[in-house]
Design a protein around this ligand. Structure first.
Ligand code: G4P
Length: 530
């Protein structure tokens, strides 16, 4: 059956990393393998350089480019692979968190010199919340990095996941000789080469004298010792535990030299999950169900500021999506249809007639969609597991042009629906507080409000550092808490009460003093816990 075949071909994942670890380079090499791009450097421009924090042109350029690279699709080894792009800049981390709700697995890139960095820890927390299967790629082996065993220890400690090496490096830096594949029993010899696809791979059992000849007796002994230690310390690789998100297979290589990537990609195709089932507020939805369903995980403003059209990115969860067919937009209850849905192929986009579970389609939107919206063939249900995460910076929006109050309100509301920032309302006076995870977003908002809505504003800092969504089994206690803490209470876009804490200490005190109130760091409590 055609549908089942299409479903089984799909692999949808994201690459995550701390900026500069090599995500863009790896993405590009994967696309080269898939033949989706012909030359190196094609994906490179999809990046806000770290120096460009106040360069609006750069931000605008990024917005344009990132529409095209939001999803990159290529075929390899009979699979249709969708890479969902995540912004590298840490100020757009929330965008990344949301994209992670739409994938079935991730590849985590680590710089072997720097080890596990801050941004990696935070992204992995989000993956751990959802038990997303993870493959680790330790990059830049052509540089003098940390000891690989130390790197593995650090991964386990900081990311709370067990690891299992699948390939293992012979030396590093200027003496880097290649990687040994522990499951295939073969040696891939390192050569500096940025475009080559063919690897220099030789089947070699560990006890073969050929190994001594090819890498030298000293390194051959070291490799044997290392692998003996690995087999003693780490459990055998077990696919089931990987799929449960409990253990991460680890690969070593050098993305810029296109080295160690084929091993990664081949294993990925073999073990990574097919489109997975997903929870709704009513029931679990399985990808092989006949009827179509999907959810919006990202909304992107069109690059042309004269039009307020947006593109909503829909992840297909079940059934077949068809162009021109009516679907139910569950939140509004309206039936909607799309005459020009499109999909992306590296740097081009094409109108498509159909899509299958795991695929992402771009839908033109004139302002009807919000992040998290569900489309179905009629069933009333809402996909869950697309929470908002607590912002870290909070500022009040001050209108500087009273004649444009309406435009400002509309702009702020639409930008928050798009997920650029989170909007909270505080009383008295319906004050609008914007929460973000980075400075850059405030600049983007101010710039876009002016350019797209003709509204001007400034921001006044608010000393909060965390937002916690509040619930309680005892409504009277919750009401009382909200009354007493009025200065620290805001309401999110869905009118849920949120406690804004200035410091972690204040938050802890409030938790301790109010045992009947639950404080949640994401807006969706069942999925994330607190
Ligand atoms: P990111 O998307 O995770 O932010 O990282 P990106 O791929 O842009 O890589 C960051 C830098 O690391 C780039 O250098 C890239 O060339 C380099 N890099 C990636 N893989 C390797 C590797 O295996 N070995 C070494 N030595 N370097 C690697 P850059 O100087 O920022 O950019 P460019 O001028 O080289 O393009």
């Amino acid at each position: 059956m055609e549908f089942q075949k299409e479903l089984e071909k799909r692999r949808t994942f994201a690459i995550i990393s701390h900026p500069d670890a090599g995500k863009t380079t790896l993405t590009e090499k994967l696309l080269l393998f898939g033949g989706a791009i012909q030359i190196a450097g094609a994906v490179k421009s999809n990046k806000i350089k770290k120096t460009a924090t106040s360069d609006f042109m750069e931000i605008e350029k990024q917005r344009g480019i990132s529409v095209a690279t939001s999803v990159m699709t290529f075929e390899y080894s009979g699979k249709k692979i969708n890479i969902l792009d995540t912004p590298g800049h840490k100020d757009f981390a929330e965008d990344t968190y949301r994209t992670l709700t739409a994938v079935d697995s991730v590849i985590l890139v680590i710089d072997c010199v720097k080890g596990v960095e801050e941004q990696t820890e935070r992204l992995m927390e989000v993956c751990r919340m959802r038990d997303t299967p993870v493959i680790v790629f330790i990059n830049k082996l052509d540089r003098e990095g940390q000891d690989p065993f130390d790197l593995l220890d650090e991964l386990e400690q900081k990311l709370s996941i067990r690891v299992r090496p699948v390939t293992w490096p012979v030396n590093m830096g200027s003496d880097f000789k290649g990687v040994y594949h522990l499951l295939e029993h073969q040696m891939n010899f390192f050569k500096v080469n940025k475009t080559r696809i063919e690897d220099d791979v030789v089947k070699l059992s560990l006890d073969s004298p050929e190994l001594d000849k090819s890498v030298g007796a000293k390194d051959a002994k070291q490799l044997r010792d290392d692998i003996e230690l690995i087999n003693g310390v780490y459990d055998e690789f077990n696919e089931e535990n990987y799929l449960k998100g409990e253990v991460a297979p680890v690969f070593f290589g050098s993305a810029v030299n296109n080295f160690g990537i084929k091993e990664l990609l081949d294993s990925f195709c073999e073990i990574s999950p097919l489109p997975i089932s997903r929870e709704t507020n009513v029931r679990r939805v399985f990808p092989d169900e006949k009827k179509f369903s999907g959810f919006v995980f990202k909304i992107h403003a069109n690059i042309d500021p004269r039009h307020r059209d947006r593109i909503a990115f829909l992840r297909i969860c079940s059934g077949k999506f068809e162009r021109g067919k009516f679907y139910k937009h569950v939140r509004s209850g309206k039936d909607v249809r799309f005459s020009n849905p499109y999909m992306f192929m590296a740097d081009s986009k094409n109108v498509v007639d159909e899509g299958f579970p795991g695929d992402v389609v771009g839908l033109y939107d004139t302002g009807n969609f919000k992040i998290g919206d569900t489309l179905t063939e009629g069933e009333i249900m809402q996909f869950t597991g697309i929470p908002s995460f607590s912002p870290e910076l909070f500022r009040e929006v001050i209108n500087t042009d009273p004649l444009k109050t309406k435009q400002l309100e509309k702009g702020v509301e639409q930008l928050s629906e798009e997920g650029v920032a989170q909007l909270f309302t505080m009383q008295p006076g319906n004050r609008k507080i914007i929460g973000t995870v980075g400075e850059l977003q405030f600049e983007v908002i101010q710039h876009r409000l002016l350019n797209e809505y003709g509204a001007s504003c400034r921001f006044e800092g608010r000393p909060f550092s965390k937002a916690c969504w509040l619930t309680s089994k005892d409504q009277a206690k919750l009401d009382e808490f909200i009354r007493l803490k009025g200065h620290f209470i805001a309401y999110d876009k869905d009118k849920n009460p949120v406690f804004l804490a200035e410091t972690d200490w204040i938050l802890r005190m409030n938790k301790e003093n109010n045992p009947d109130i639950e404080f949640h760091t994401t807006s969706e409590f069942k999925v994330a816990g607190s």
